[in-house]
Write a protein that binds this ligand. Structure first.
Ligand code: PNS
Length: 164
């Protein structure tokens, strides 16, 4: 049984994240999508909201026999990965600009926990410019999110800013 961790902020989950999860399903028997609890950040969505949205949209993925779980974690990623008995950490690389920081993190994680491998995966070209940060910016400035995030995520974003 090969279990991987797909960590991230997922604030919010994008179609690019879902593409990476689908690709990861070809390599692993189980993937835990693990949301970082980062008290220093001021997120758009709470951890519970992000968990709910992720759980909802995972149904859209053709996961085959791969089991998909959603969780959240605090502290060191590698400690969490070891506790979950995972063999790998999955990270998406969209462009060379991602690579530098991702390489740094992967090497630091390997130093901290040599038993855990980091696997870099490339999303479909259509998602090579999609990030949660840009999705939020486009949304807050009134741009359309079609094709960038799942429908439920776009709807939740609209609900968030709708006057109550
Ligand atoms: O979606 P993001 O924000 O790019 O994800 C970043 C994440 C969660 C993978 C990274 O911040 C992380 O692993 N944080 C946990 C703390 C940790 O282990 N730090 C040392 C990493 S070298």
């Amino acid at each position: 049984m090969r279990r991987a961790i797909y960590p991230g902020s997922f604030d919010p989950v994008t179609n690019g994240h879902l593409d990476i999860i689908a690709r990861g399903c070809k390599l692993f028997d189980e993937i835990i999508i693990a949301i970082l609890v980062n008290p220093e950040k001021h997120p758009f969505f709470t951890i519970d909201e992000r968990r709910e949205m992720l759980s909802e949209v995972l149904d859209q993925i053709d996961a085959g026999s791969c089991k998909l779980l959603v969780d959240s974690f605090e502290g060191l990623l590698v400690q969490y990965a070891v506790a979950q008995q995972a063999v790998a950490i999955v990270r998406g690389i969209r462009a060379i600009s991602d690579y530098e920081f991702e390489l740094q993190m992967a090497l630091m994680n390997r130093r901290l926990e040599p038993a855990i491998e980091t696997v870099f995966m490339m999303p479909a070209e259509a998602y090579s410019y999609v990030s949660s940060r840009l999705v939020k910016e486009v949304f807050l400035l009134g741009g359309a999110l079609d094709g960038l995030v799942p429908g439920v995520v776009a709807a939740r974003m609209k609900e968030k800013v709708a006057p109550s």
